[in-house]
Design a protein around this ligand. Structure first.
Ligand code: FES
Ligand SMILES: [Fe+2]
Length: 371
């Protein structure tokens, strides 16, 4: 049965895609007079806020002799390296001062840059754009413009609530993502007396369609097991509820549930930290339960249970993966995982050739599985 085993393009290679925006830190954890460390795609970053509160991200390494910049001093505008006192603009990394220079030494200080990254704060998170790597040894200069804006949560009214959850997963980006989109683990991993048991397994049929850089599950799903869906059903007509779930490269899962004027929308990301570590961030916005006491807490409670169950599962899976086992993906339950690997391969191929990406799905597909 060779087709059961992963062909090369569907193998987790844990390759981390550059040229995208990634969530770095929750905004409420970044304070004005402190420098914070973060790692994205194995790049060490120092993250902070200037005097006006605007976030910035620099490579956490002084271009002089590599001292981590987070050890330095920050005055709300410039970072001063703790080793020889070079100063850098916190936003663009440009060198402002080299204290050891004498008045007759004419080194062009302003041509020296610490690595800096485009940085935006959206929906409660600080996002950092990780560009394609520069040629080795090129050093840093003025950074290039970013091709597109950081992703946002879709919202359907002016008034809404926002909450986030975050959890570290000790597995590669690929296992993190296919774990997130895997429909078959629910009855085994996410059991709870108030939720469902493994005896509630039944056949499901869902329609998928290609969208740019990803795929969409579109459905009117009276039997959906999604958490906000179940809560919404408490006071909205089942027939009036629509849900869509999108996956978009490199790591975005969007879920939108609408029931008349009420809506729930989330943007979940799986962020590569290192080759063997990723982080899942769920950020949700909604206008339902706003008048319901504890609505937000209830939702957060449900989500944090789920995320913790997933985290615990991946922690155990990481044990099994240590010994490089042969793996397989089966139809139809693992088809979304296959699409993910195919999308990733197609994206890399398009980048290599400079041609338009050829989408692995040629049209709508219906998948069936039991969960
Ligand atoms: S290492 Fe930073 S100033 Fe020398
Ligand atoms: Fe899960």
């Amino acid at each position: 049965m060779p087709e059961l085993y992963l062909p090369p393009r569907q193998a987790p290679d844990s390759l981390m895609l550059t040229g995208f925006w990634y969530r770095a830190l929750p905004g409420d954890r970044v304070h004005r007079n402190r420098l914070h460390q973060a790692t994205l795609l194995e790049i060490p970053l120092v993250i902070g806020r200037d005097r006006a509160g605007h976030a910035f991200a620099l490579r956490d390494s002084c271009p002089h002799r590599g001292m981590p910049l987070h050890c330095g001093h920050f005055d709300g505008e410039n970072i001063e390296c703790s080793y020889h006192g070079w100063q850098f603009d916190a936003h663009d990394g440009q060198c402002e001062l080299i204290p050891s220079l004498t008045s007759d030494q004419d080194l062009k200080v302003e041509r020296i840059y610490a690595g800096s990254y485009p940085c935006e704060e959206l929906d409660g998170f600080i996002w950092v754009y990780i560009p394609d790597p520069r040629p080795p040894g090129a050093g840093f200069g003025k950074r290039e413009a970013v091709p597109d804006a950081a992703p946002q949560i879709e919202k359907f009214s002016d008034q809404y609530k926002l909450a986030y959850l975050t959890a570290d997963m000790p597995v590669s980006i690929d296992h993190g993502i296919i774990g997130l989109m895997d429909p078959a683990h629910g009855p085994f991993v996410h059991q709870a007396w108030w939720w469902r048991s493994r005896h509630s397994i039944h056949e499901k049929k869902k329609n998928f369609e290609p969208i740019p850089n990803g795929f969409r599950m579109s459905a009117h799903t009276p039997s959906s097991n999604s958490a906000p869906y179940k809560l919404l059903r408490l006071y909205a007509d089942t027939d009036s509820i629509t849900t869509t779930i999108d996956f978009v490269l490199p790591n975005l899962r969007r879920e939108v549930i609408r029931a008349g004027k009420y809506w729930f929308s989330s943007l979940t990301t799986v962020t590569p930290i290192t080759r063997n570590q990723c982080r899942i961030d769920v950020v949700a916005a909604w206008n339902i339960f706003r008048w319901l006491p504890f609505g937000a807490e209830l939702l957060k409670f449900v989500f944090s249970k789920f995320v913790e169950q997933d985290r615990r599962t991946m922690e155990l899976q990481a044990e099994g993966l240590k010994h490089n086992p042969h793996l397989m993906l089966i139809d139809d339950a693992d088809r979304p995982a296959k699409w993910y690997f195919q999308l990733k391969a197609a994206h890399l191929e398009a980048k290599r050739t400079g041609e338009e990406m050829s989408h692995p799905m040629s049209g709508p597909v219906t998948l069936k599985w039991r969960s």
